[in-house]
Design a protein around this ligand. Structure first.
Ligand code: AOF
Ligand code: ZN
Length: 364
């Protein structure tokens, strides 16, 4: 029996994933309606502001859903938001049982709908594939409870821990398949953040190269606003939303970037650098729920020090550069091994010839 429940919940998770890149800052949610041992309707949250997964699944039912079981990755809502409550749709469709992956961390819900459905005689079971459903909503869970974006730090290095050769060349470290994976991650994250040194060295575009994919908002950390206005990033700021985070307050300098179509966020200085804790609060206030941090080493070090990083993705290519090329995290580093930033819950995946280790950061 458990296997059957997990099977349908897994299907709901797979459906939910189709919404990647289109629902932020709302959650990825999937739902499946099952009657007499077969799926009679499926749905997912397709885009921000659209129908919730449950309503889509009920709408898509090929036969009456009376007496059916609804599998949904997240506790249904019971509030009037952009759409009427899903609990109402569940009751109207006379669903007999609701199987929920995880309770909704949204303080407006947080278990309320489960109690409501039960009080109306609907059987409710919570926690099927809970871990997987929690993973599905890792960005949503942080943002809905803190209004601070989820930060993923990503870098690619060689077996000897280098992100560039001694002369600074880095194209390419990982193979094509791994680089395609990074493109998919860019889809999932609303913003991408780099330091001004990376812009100076690589002159990147930081766009999404997947067909029909949405470009992430580009955030450049540039303490004294030194980025060339001739850089690709500035030149394309009218096509792709671009935010410069800086401690520079000189109006004329700021206007130079604004005139080119960039937004400029002025942030306090802390130890001579941008106060990243304040920056993520300001970015969160703009409605941005997630940031993919793509270096370089100085910004990565500052981000760890400011404790804004939630997760680390380390791509490792089976090659060795040797020499004096730099590593992914710069700064002063820790002195004692015991003071290392601790990564927990590490998962290893092979992607083509490369490896990806994904870990969560646990601050002391
Ligand atoms: C979604 N999609 O499939 C489900 C959600 O602003 P609203 O009305 O769209 O409501 C958003 C809240 O509804 C969201 O924070 C979450 O708590 C709940 N469930 N949201 O966007 C869905 N099931
Ligand atoms: Zn809903």
């Amino acid at each position: 029996m458990t296997d059957e429940k997990e099977f349908y919940m897994q299907r709901a998770i797979t459906l939910a994933e189709k919404g990647k890149g289109r629902v932020n800052p709302n959650p990825l949610v999937g739902a499946v309606v099952v009657k007499d041992g077969k799926i009679i309707g499926e749905g997912y949250h397709e885009y921000y502001g659209g129908l919730h997964a449950e309503r889509n699944a009920l709408k898509n039912c090929k036969e009456s859903s009376e007496g059916a079981t609804l599998y949904v990755t997240l506790e249904p809502c019971c509030h009037y938001g952009k759409t009427p409550p899903c609990t109402e749709a569940i009751l109207e469709h006379r669903i007999r049982k609701v199987v929920v992956g995880m309770t909704d961390p949204n303080p407006l819900m947080a278990g309320k709908s489960i109690a409501l459905l039960k009080s109306k005689g609907v059987e409710v079971e919570v926690g099927v594939l809970e871990k997987e459903c929690m993973e599905l909503t890792h960005i949503f869970r942080k943002y809905i409870t803190t209004k601070i974006p989820y930060v993923l730090m990503k870098y690619a290095m060689t077996m000897d821990g280098k992100i560039a050769t001694a002369s600074g060349k880095s194209k390419w470290i990982t193979g094509e398949t791994a680089r395609m994976c990074v493109q998919k991650t860019r889809l999932e994250y609303q913003a991408i953040m780099v330091g001004s040194e990376t812009v100076r060295k690589d002159d990147p575009l930081l766009t999404c190269r997947i067909a029909n994919g949405k470009d992430p908002v580009r955030i450049i950390c540039d303490t004294s606003l030194r980025t060339s206005t001739g850089s690709q990033i500035v030149k394309t700021a009218r096509q792709v939303r671009t935010i410069f985070a800086t401690c520079e307050t000189n109006r004329e300098k700021i206007e130079l970037y604004q005139k080119a179509g960039c937004e400029v966020l002025v942030v306090s200085k802390k130890n001579g650098k941008i106060d990243l804790k304040e920056l993520v609060q300001k970015i969160g206030a703009l409605g941005i729920d997630s940031i993919l941090l793509e270096g370089g080493g100085t910004l990565n070090a500052n981000a760890l020090e400011a404790q804004i990083v939630d997760r680390v993705q380390t791509y490792i290519a089976p090659k060795i550069f040797g020499g004096t090329g730099i590593g992914p995290v710069g700064g002063m580093g820790v002195d004692e091994p015991a003071d290392a930033y601790q990564l927990v819950n590490s998962r290893l995946k092979q992607i083509g010839e490369d490896f990806l280790i994904e870990s969560d950061v646990k601050y002391k």
